[in-house]
Design a protein around this ligand. Sequence first.
Ligand SMILES: CCC(=O)SCCNC(=O)CCNC(=O)[C@H](O)C(C)(C)COP(=O)(O)OP(=O)(O)OC[C@H]1O[C@@H](n2cnc3c(N)ncnc32)[C@H](O)[C@@H]1OP(=O)(O)O
Length: 303
Amino acid sequence: MALSSAGRHILRTTCCTVRRFQCRSKAVYSAVHGFNEEDIRGKLLAFPGGSVDLVKQDSGIAVMTINNPARMNAFSGTMMIELEERVTQLEEWTEGKGLIVQGAAGTFCSGSDLNAVRAISNPQDGMKMCMFMQNTLTRLLRLRLISVAMVEGMALGGGAEFTTSCDFRLMAPDSVIQFVHKHMGLVPGWGGAARLVRIVGSQNALRLLGGAKKVDPEYGTQIGLASGVLNPANGTSALAEAEQWLAQYTKGPAAVIRAVKQVVVSGRELPLEEALRTEKDVFGTVWGGPANLAALASKSKHK
Ligand SMILES: CCC(=O)SCCNC(=O)CCNC(=O)[C@H](O)C(C)(C)COP(=O)(O)OP(=O)(O)OC[C@H]1O[C@@H](n2cnc3c(N)ncnc32)[C@H](O)[C@@H]1OP(=O)(O)O
């Protein structure tokens, strides 16, 4: 069937918007920015240890565990590579709705492995590691999954940055998020500063980065960094409580939950008109869909 010129224009505009958003929804750096992923992968492989584990559950909620307890879950080189691979698996998980990120053995993550940091402390390698981790954490934040960092113990340096690549942060009693970068003669490089400003505003971000201020659950809640405080009752694990908390947002069909996340990401990241066009396209994927038709047929009342 031949399309009219108006039809062709609408189709072209829609395709461009979708393609542009798909591109943006991936990584920040590519070859055009001088980024050579294989090169940094080779370097990171020289610093082994720990793992990043992923369990995808039938409930549609996946649990990712940063697992290097002997080093307070610091990120070794191979863990950075594994994290990228886990994010790829989550991008391909079309039935997924939610993600919980936790640290092993009751603490979140103490940042990058200082042994690796010492070995690649030259500016060139530092830049490559920074671009690699920014790409991965940006892709994690853009997943069509509603994500929460479950912070027990400490989230320091890159660990604090990691928490900002989730949609929400739940803090256990006595837990601490601390951007210790200033004490290390650094600023965040895994995208943590840019994301922090968007979460808590520039004044609070200056307090946290300029003062390397410890954020406990009370202060975290006050400035909006913590979305809730865990208080596991007798016999309930922190993970079970986090799953219950997340379920309030992930209950329902995957297509709808994933569409919700997609419109929020586009609203957060795109200029208004582009975000509106994306919202229209995403709306088109759920309008008249199974969940929409079932809701119309049930004549539901929203009381
Ligand atoms: C992106 C920028 C970055 O992330 S830069 C890295 C920022 N992070 C840091 O500087 C954390 C440094 N570590 C610490 O302050 C302490 O180890 C903390 C985490 C507070 C824990 O203290 P504490 O409970 O007394 O335990 P500990 O010091 O005995 O540590 C246990 C073992 O874990 C190790 N560890 C800890 N953090 C790291 C790390 N980031 N890289 C490498 N190893 C780390 C410690 O060295 C210690 O190992 P070991 O038992 O002495 O062999």
